[in-house]
Design a protein around this ligand. Structure first.
Ligand code: NAD
Length: 473
């Protein structure tokens, strides 16, 4: 059992004012593996006070020193990579081999990348008779989800610190254990007290008091669109800057000249990574009607070959969902899809054979869907793919853009230029062209109700900066 009774505030582990505990559950065994303190508004206040007090000195620290802290954090985190990947595989259910690469490998890269971005960044420029300077916005509250918990944390904390901001982190209450490792890491490298603080608790008890606090200058949330709406409303009372990375219902368009085996394979990977608990999951595959039967057959055999099971079995491709609540939500969506008349190509609402413990769901593919169906419109956040058919490219564009979201998309074609031309017509923050890989240095964020900010690279750093112009005589 891993028990954390304290919050990391002002460079020290401080006992929680809140008396409750939040259990952390192993998603494959359903056993409690740890607990964290359920903080309250007083814990939130103490953390903001520490971050405020540390701000002036940190903002005045040269960027070379701030970048050096990030590089040292990456080095210290690297020594704990296996431990963190193990924790996250237990908390979230992602197979360990993937966890090691994605859940801890990406945060390591982010630290290194942002350190370099900050060193290269033009914090000052002369514009005619004005000196324009970019300054840290101030105290930043970072609120993060459970699906890629450390990756989402570092995507905010690294650029905020590089910019000269101080941070209060409220990690997800579902997967909080990795955040304690990060606090340990910062402590071990001697980051000045108050520059980075962690308070655990629920969104209501800790998140909202942080968002409402008058000494907080900016809130950066990665989470659901429901939480984003509420946080935006609370933060608006004090005109804080708010950056939101929210949900998605991302399309993958297969053009009529595409290699179907490659495209469907990529669609299955893009939809089912982390058991579909991925904000950029490609959950709608949009295919030429003339090739629908072929696509369905390839998808069916592809899904039947996916090994579902224990995240620590090296053969496993798909682990359990994060929690009982999430499993029940996803199974509910599969049932709704059937009730609304969609056809199950493969999968279904019953638990995968032989897995009666752990929050497992069968990877499921639907066809014969219509654009108004719940499973086509709503983010399911589970291993559920829908196949939509189009008659011409104009219809493919319409279907791709027919969503309140706009986080991610993909286009497959034998002709890369044709795919790029098509991608320009898609309303989304990023578009994968054929096998194009995720890029930690490219801007990441959403159109529409997927959010309103950009993380990573210089765009991620700029989120945390204010702009001042000084008019010179
Ligand atoms: P969630 O919205 O339930 O919780 C996210 C965080 O917000 C948690 O720390 C939670 O405690 C906090 N929170 C919730 N309500 C709050 C409130 N009223 N005030 C302050 N804080 C509050 O989301 P989740 O279930 O943890 O994560 C899944 C969601 O996150 C999905 O919708 C997914 O698409 C989204 N997500 C988006 C991205 C992205 O980059 N766009 C990345 C990962 C996940």
């Amino acid at each position: 059992m891993i028990e954390h009774r304290s919050h990391y505030i002002d460079g020290a582990w401080q006992s929680s004012h809140g008396t409750g505990r939040l259990d952390v559950v192993n998603s494959a065994t359903e056993e409690v593996i740890g607990s964290v303190a359920a903080g309250d508004a007083d814990d939130a206040k103490a953390a903001v006070a520490a971050a405020r007090a540390a701000f002036d000195a940190w903002a005045a620290t040269p960027v070379t020193e701030r970048a050096a802290y990030l590089t040292r954090a990456a080095q210290a985190l690297r020594t704990r990579q296996t431990e963190v990947a193990t924790l996250i595989s237990q908390e979230v259910g992602m197979p360990f081999a993937y966890s090691n690469v994605v859940q801890t490998g990406l945060p390591l890269q982010s630290f290194v990348s942002i350190a370099q971005v900050a060193l290269d960044f033009p914090f000052e420029e002369q514009v005619y008779n004005s000196l324009v300077v970019r300054e840290p916005i101030g105290v930043v509250v970072a609120i993060t989800p459970w699906n890629y918990p450390l990756h989402q944390i570092v995507a905010k904390v690294a650029p905020a610190l590089a910019a000269g901001c101080t941070v209060v982190l409220k990690p997800s209450e579902v997967a909080p254990l990795n955040a304690f490792v990060l606090a340990d890491v910062f402590d071990s490298i001697g980051l000045p007290p108050g520059v980075f603080n962690v308070v655990t608790g629920t969104g209501t008890d800790v998140g909202e008091p942080l968002v409402a606090h008058p000494d907080v200058d900016m809130v950066s949330l990665t989470g659901s669109t429901v939480a984003g709406r509420r946080i935006g409303a609370v933060a608006a009372q004090s005109i804080k800057r708010v950056a939101l990375e929210l949900g998605g219902k991302s399309p993958m368009v297969v053009l009529d000249d595409a290699d179907l085996v490659a495209a469907v394979g990529a669609a299955l990977n893009g939809c089912f990574l982390n058991s579909g608990q991925t904000c950029i999951a490609l959950t709608r595959m949009i295919v030429p009607r003339a090739r629908l039967a072929e696509v369905e057959a390839i998808a069916k055999s592809g899904v039947e070959a996916i090994a579902v099971g224990d995240p620590f079995d090296p053969a496993t491709v798909l682990g359990p969902l994060v929690s009982e609540l999430q499993r029940d939500r996803v199974v509910g969506y599969i049932r709704t899809g059937i009730d609304e008349g969609a056809r199950v190509v493969v999968g279904g609402p019953s638990a995968p054979a032989g897995l009666d413990r752990g929050y497992y769901v069968q990877p499921t593919v639907f066809s014969d869907v219509t654009p108004d169906m719940t499973i086509v419109r709503e983010e399911i956040f589970g291993p559920v793919l829908v196949i939509q058919a189009y008659d011409d490219e104009a219809e493919a564009v319409r279907l791709a853009n027919d969503s309140i979201y706009g986080l991610n998309a993909a286009v497959f074609s034998a002709d890369q230029d044709r795919a790029v031309t098509f991608a320009r017509r898609i309303r989304a923050g990023q578009v994968q062209i054929n096998e194009g890989a995720f890029n930690i240095n490219a801007p990441f964020g959403g159109y529409g109700q997927s959010g309103n900010g950009r993380e990573f690279g210089k765009w991620g750093l700029e989120e945390f900066l204010e702009t001042k112009s000084m008019q010179l005589p």
